[in-house]
Design a protein around this ligand. Structure first.
Ligand code: ZN
Length: 280
């Protein structure tokens, strides 16, 4: 038995900081995304860990920090990490309108591919939204309340991604049954299965940051042949929350140990080719 780990770094920069939806308006960490990424690349190299950086497309356009730095994005790719799209300007996709969605996806892919000179085939939506995906019993009341017309749901996003040449999307919808169980205190964790949505390979996120809950998940993934799909933000390395460097280092030590004894495999989304268990 062995587990699989996908490590995502969401590179929001000033685009995400200005559009923060976490309350309190714009955030001051836009510039930190760049300096912390430089540090992070060094740390990942020490541990021999490859990750997937989901980058806001506009960062790859010519210009200067805290909005742009194509050289740094090229450096990420040059070190063997995957560069994925995190939309064009950190848009909240449920509300962009179906017509604009394609433009955003296309512009982002083009900006990133022009920068790194490699195909960009993985997508990680900003805010991990849309959550709404009624075919799997995932109804987002807040998305439905906030966007009354022309709302982008997860099915439509995947359809456009597929048409625009993507193969993988990180998703975060939660089926109704699972939501009810979590209200009752059951299933605090789960292991996602690879599911094909409109021709796109998807995996649901099940970990955030590097505290003991993520380590616990990794130990159980080994027993259950499961995926750990973890995400964090480079700028938060310098803080003291779950994404901080003080949590990252022990996490990477454990990962390195498990990889060395063949119990854990680090996977990049672009390499995932699997027989689908579910289609829709
Ligand atoms: Zn983001």
């Amino acid at each position: 038995m062995n587990g699989k780990l996908i490590l995502f770094w969401d590179f929001d920069a000033e685009w995400g900081a200005e559009r923060s939806r976490s309350g309190g308006g714009p955030k001051p960490w836009g510039a930190l995304e760049f300096s912390c990424t430089e540090r992070l690349l060094w740390v990942l190299e020490q541990f021999g860990v490859k990750a997937c950086f989901a980058v806001v497309g506009a960062v790859a356009l010519p210009g200067s920090r805290p909005y742009h730095d194509p050289g740094l994005i090229r450096e990420i790719a040059a070190q063997g990490h995957e560069v994925a799209s995190h939309a064009m300007r950190h848009e909240w996709l449920p509300g962009v309108g179906k017509g604009n969605l394609r433009q955003i996806i296309r512009q982002s892919k083009e900006a990133l591919e022009t920068c790194v000179l490699q195909p960009v085939t993985t997508f990680a939506p900003p805010y991990n939204q849309p959550f709404d995906f009624w075919e799997r019993g995932s109804i987002s009341l807040s998305e439905r309340r906030e966007v009354s017309r022309d709302r982008v749901d997860l099915g439509f996003l995947c359809q456009v991604l597929q048409e625009e040449g993507f193969t993988f999307c990180r998703v975060a919808y939660k089926p109704l049954g699972e939501r009810l169980l979590s209200y009752r205190g059951y299933r605090k964790h789960f292991f996602p299965r690879i599911e094909i949505i409109r021709g796109i390979t998807t995996l649901r996120v099940n970990a955030f940051g590097f505290r003991t809950d993520t380590l616990y998940l990794i130990d159980h993934a080994i027993e259950e042949n499961g995926f750990v799909v973890c995400f964090a933000h480079p700028h938060a390395l310098s803080g003291n929350g779950p994404q901080s460097e003080s949590h990252l280092i022990p996490f990477l030590e454990r990962v390195q140990e498990l990889v060395s004894i063949g119990r854990l495999e680090i996977v990049l989304p672009r390499t995932i080719m699997s027989v689908p268990l579910h289609k829709s």
